[in-house]
Write a protein that binds this ligand. Structure first.
Ligand code: ATP
Ligand code: MG
Length: 333
């Protein structure tokens, strides 16, 4: 299948009063056309920064970006801001974590949707409004011809998230990025909204980069999953392979934490310890070593590269599985 998006050694670093924050630090992956790729990891691992970098939302003198982001054959790291704006909202759509903050509270839904359409397409306001109403209907907003003139604060969180989805799909993008699209919603509504999003995505034949903490959701909608820790991808696997045997100690920890959480009827408890603050990340060792039950001397000496998991004799190498862990790449001694 054709590749839609490919990141190669993509880095986004911020210059802050505390030093350089290497939020996304050498990330490489691809998404095929029509594919759903999940990016998982604890809070602070760099998922949102990676997503926003793809959308081209970072600019300015305090931000350092390198590597390449190739979308439909075009290297976006070389594209100018105008080209990035053209693509954003037309060829790539993003659904953010917090529905309320994505809206301008002083403009009606109609104004915001018409604007989102007319920025990219030459058509009349009436045409854009009709399309917006149709798009609201698709995401299950009742009486969209009335609701469209509401202001954002009149709608519930679940409804607003539906409106955000309808804005993201209105221009039929090839790539959708959903950054924890349901965390702000009630559990009962979460599943509905996700199925809706995935159904619409399938109809459009779009690809989805799906960012979440929730491994249960990953199993339901993703094809492949990448586990991210402290700015780097530590394991790449098909969903089936990850759930049948997570190999990286961090991925295992995430999966175990989920099982324990379910047993106790609680949401995901953290693996002991926490993602290091970016200013505390040591560069010449495995970033997970301080929390890893298997860490050996080498893990504190050398950073493990992301490499193909060993096949014969070792764990099965399912469809391009990759790991950044000395346990699977020559030993931890
Ligand atoms: N604009 C910024 N300036 C400085 N540091 C930033 C900026 N944006 C993000 N960071 C830092 O980069 C790191 C990664 O942040 P990011 O938002 O990508 O995490 P995340 O994986 O999306 O977490 P969550 O699951 O909580 O959304 C964090 O330590 C965060 O504080
Ligand atoms: Mg985030």
């Amino acid at each position: 299948m054709a590749t839609l998006l490919e990141l190669k050694d993509s880095r986004t670093h911020f210059c802050t009063f505390d030093g350089i924050v290497k939020a996304s630090d050498g990330v490489s992956f691809h998404i095929d056309e029509g594919e759903v790729l999940a990016l998982v990891g604890e809070s602070g691992s760099g998922k949102s920064v990676t997503a926003r970098s793809i959308m081209g939302l970072y600019s300015g003198s305090k931000i350092r970006q390198s590597g390449s982001i190739v979308f439909k054959g075009e290297d976006l790291s070389k594209a100018n801001p105008q080209r990035r704006r053209e693509l954003r909202g037309r060829d790539m759509g993003m659904i953010f974590q917090e529905p309320m903050s994505a809206f301008d509270p002083l403009s009606s839904i109609s104004e915001q949707m018409v604007e989102a359409r007319l920025t990219h397409f030459k058509e009349s306001r009436e045409e854009a409004r009709a399309l917006a109403i149709e798009s609201l209907r698709q995401v299950g907003i009742p009486e969209p011809e009335k609701r469209i003139d509401d202001y954002p604060h009149r709608l519930s969180g679940g409804m607003l998230q539906r409106v955000l989805i309808s804005i993201a799909i209105m221009n039929k993008p090839k790539l959708l990025i959903a950054d924890e699209p349901t965390t702000a919603l009630d559990v009962t509504i979460q599943a509905q909204v996700l199925r809706l999003l995935n159904g619409l995505r399938k109809e459009m034949g779009a690809s989805l980069l799906f960012i979440t903490h929730d491994l249960g959701v990953v199993a339901e909608i993703a094809d492949r999953v990448h586990v991210m820790y402290a700015g780097k991808i530590v394991e790449k696997a098909s969903v089936r392979a990850l759930f049948s045997s997570a190999l990286h100690p961090y991925s295992k920890g995430l999966l175990d934490a989920r099982v324990t959480g379910e047993r106790k009827g609680k949401p995901l408890p953290a693996i002991p310890g926490s993602v290091p603050r970016p200013s505390e990340i040591a560069e010449d060792c495995c970033r997970f070593a301080p929390r890893c039950p298997h860490a050996g001397p080498r893990c504190l000496r050398e950073e493990p590269p992301l490499a193909a998991a060993p096949a014969a004799g070792g764990p099965r190498n399912d469809e391009g599985r990759e790991l950044a862990c000395w346990l699977y790449n020559g030993g931890t001694e």
